[in-house]
Design a binder for this molecule. Structure first.
Ligand SMILES: [Zn+2]
Length: 86
C-alpha cells in the first residue's frame, strides 16, 4: 500500500471515518465522490463534519448510481460523469 503525502493531490484516506473506501456519498447533496481523485472543491472534510457521509456496499460507482447518487464533477469529472449517466 502506497500513500502519497503532500503534493497537489490529497492522499486517499485510510483512517477514520473512511478506512480506505474509494467512494463515499454526500447524503444531503446526493453526490458520490471518488476519494482516489479527491479535490479540494469536493469539501469532503465539511461533509464528514456535518455527518453527511454515506458508504456504498459494495464500494462501487455502480452501487452509488443505483442508490440515486450523482457523480461529483470535481473528482469524477464531466467526461466520466457523462459516460456513467448514459
Ligand atoms: Zn468529489
Amino acid at each position: 500500500m502506497t500513500m502519497k503525502i503532500g503534493g497537489a493531490d490529497l492522499a486517499r484516506r485510510y483512517g477514520i471515518p473512511l478506512f480506505g473506501s474509494q467512494y463515499c456519498g454526500d447524503i444531503k447533496q446526493k453526490k458520490v465522490h471518488d476519494l482516489e481523485k479527491e479535490k479540494m472543491s469536493c469539501n469532503i472534510d465539511e461533509m464528514i463534519a456535518a455527518g453527511r457521509l454515506h458508504y456504498f456496499h459494495p464500494d462501487k460507482i455502480k452501487q452509488a448510481l443505483k442508490e440515486g447518487y450523482v457523480p461529483c464533477k470535481y473528482c469524477i469529472g464531466n467526461n466520466r460523469r457523462k459516460s456513467l449517466l448514459k
